[in-house]
Design a protein around this ligand. Structure first.
Ligand code: HEM
Length: 448
């Protein structure tokens, strides 16, 4: 292939933006989703953002994505920006580790995510949802984003550790929130000069991290070695080819990784499902009709194959708002890609968000239409154009877990209540660590 001598087309961010960002004591409002979307409309599926001497390549061409994630995956690592933002929190866990170390850990952790194993968590997922619903009252307005975050955190706690951390759940939730907020800021703010000058934020983060590490270490120590049916039991029992268990530090890194990766994403997926149901009464009505086959009985994992529309609705919500907006990579040596030369360490963002909204891949892309995922139409979706859970060897290890969890949760909620938007204000999506509704999601709880 001929290598282009020109630069990848794309916007040049003026230097004064950097000065303004650096001088601002707060994060300036910046709609990164709109920015990437507008740029893609101008520059296409492969463009670059030039920001002083940094370049970020934004890719939403499914063939290039396939090349990076699958064909040539061994030539890429996760980008440094990911490690800078959450490396301290998740250490060398599955999300951030690389090469043979990652391969070994993935092999060790994989059995914990086999379908039979996670199917056993279905009851916990439904029971925790029912517990949450006991606190809800018809007619009230709730922040559903907050509720879904607390619920999925409770579920990850229970399925990871099988101990009732409900008494500590609120505290763990607060600590996690502080940590993810700081990670978000590092990921999004271009110049954290203020953070360096005013160390309070950093001290708060360090304090929260130490506290959370101590809680997790304590849970691991108390857990014991017998199989309690939870994910931690599997990680404790895992042995590598030489028969060695994971070190205490590695165990904590993996637990922290599952903890971080395993709840915010699912919570956001649920927010968007409820948002779209409220906006699309005909979809909601069809879903409610489907759920009637349960005759009011709480859903179980074995019911899910009989509830295919619920899966279509979830997949369509994940298309328009994929909670992980994309994946980051950097080449481990100089490479050629898409007719251009990339130096080692170049910052690449694979934008799932853009692929999912590209009319070439999804006709009438902004329309919420679960029928796209009917078996006949889903089979026509071009390969590697729909990737809410990523792809290739580093595909999300928790994808089956998340799909099952989200469906069981929204089906259980819909058996009791419908949710309508509390105001006529449009809900705006913002990309922090994940794509979430900006400022929460205020919804009114209505008895059907
Ligand atoms: C709707 C919910 C979820 C979404 C959209 C999601 C999305 C993703 C994506 C896109 C990746 C790949 C990132 C990359 O290639 O750079 C990923 C990786 C990962 N996810 Fe998820 N995820 C979800 C739920 C979960 C859950 C429930 C867990 C665990 C209980 C989990 C654990 C992980 C881990 C450990 C990785 C790293 C895997 C590896 O590199 O080997 N995720 N996720």
């Amino acid at each position: 292939m001929q290598i282009s001598s020109t630069k990848v087309p794309g916007p040049v961010v003026p230097s004064f933006t950097r000065v303004i960002t650096a001088l601002s004591p707060v994060r300036l409002p910046f709609d990164s989703l709109k920015y990437t979307y507008d740029n893609a409309n101008i520059y296409g599926k492969f463009y670059a953002i030039y920001f002083d001497n940094q370049v970020t390549y934004v890719i939403s061409d499914r063939k290039l994505v396939y090349e990076i994630l699958v064909e040539r995956h061994a030539e890429f690592h996760k980008a440094q920006i990911l490690r800078d933002s959450i490396g301290e929190l998740v250490g060398n866990g599955l999300l951030t580790s690389e090469d043979s170390f990652w391969r070994r850990q993935r092999k060790l952790a994989q059995p914990a995510f086999h379908f039979q194993r996670i199917a056993a968590y279905g009851e916990t997922m439904v029971a925790q949802t029912q517990d949450m619903l006991r606190e809800w009252q018809a007619g009230e307005t709730r922040d559903i984003a907050h509720d879904m975050m607390a619920l999925t955190l409770g579920i990850v706690n229970k399925t990871l550790f099988n101990i009732d951390v409900r008494n500590q759940a609120k505290h763990i939730g607060e600590l996690t929130y502080i940590l993810l907020e700081s990670a978000n800021d590092r990921l999004n703010s271009y110049h954290p000069i203020w953070e360096r000058m005013f160390k309070t934020r950093r001290r708060r983060e360090e304090k929260a991290m130490h506290e959370l590490f101590a809680i997790i270490d304590n849970i691991i120590t108390q857990h014991g070695n017998e199989d309690k049916g939870d994910l931690l039991s599997m990680l404790l029992a895992a042995r590598d080819d030489e028969g060695n268990p994971m070190s205490a530090k590695q165990l904590r890194d993996e637990v922290m990784t599952l903890f971080v990766a395993g709840h915010e994403t699912t919570a956001n997926a649920l927010d968007w499902v409820f948002y779209f149901l409220a906006q699309n009464p005909e979809v909601e009505a069809k879903l409610l009709r489907e759920i009637e086959i349960l005759n009011g009985k709480p859903p179980a994992v074995h019911d899910l194959p009989n509830l295919p529309y619920s899966e279509m609705v979830l997949k369509e919500a994940l298309r328009l708002y994929p909670p992980a907006a994309g994946a980051t990579r950097q080449p481990i040596h100089d490479i050629e890609l898409g007719g251009y030369h990339f130096t080692k360490g170049s910052n690449i963002v694979i934008s799932t968000y853009l692929m999912h909204r590209n009319p070439e891949y999804f006709p009438d892309p902004l329309k919420f239409d679960p029928e796209r995922f009917s078996p006949a139409r889903e089979a026509q979706i071009q390969k590697y154009a729909y990737l809410p859970f990523g792809g290739g060897p580093r595909v999300c290890i928790g994808n089956t877990f998340a799909m099952m969890e989200a469906r069981l949760i929204f089906i259980t909620i819909l058996q009791h209540y419908r949710l309508t938007l509390a105001t006529n204000q449009p809900v705006q999506a913002e990309q922090l660590f994940t794509i979430r509704p900006k400022g929460g999601l205020k919804m009114k709880v209505v008895k059907p």
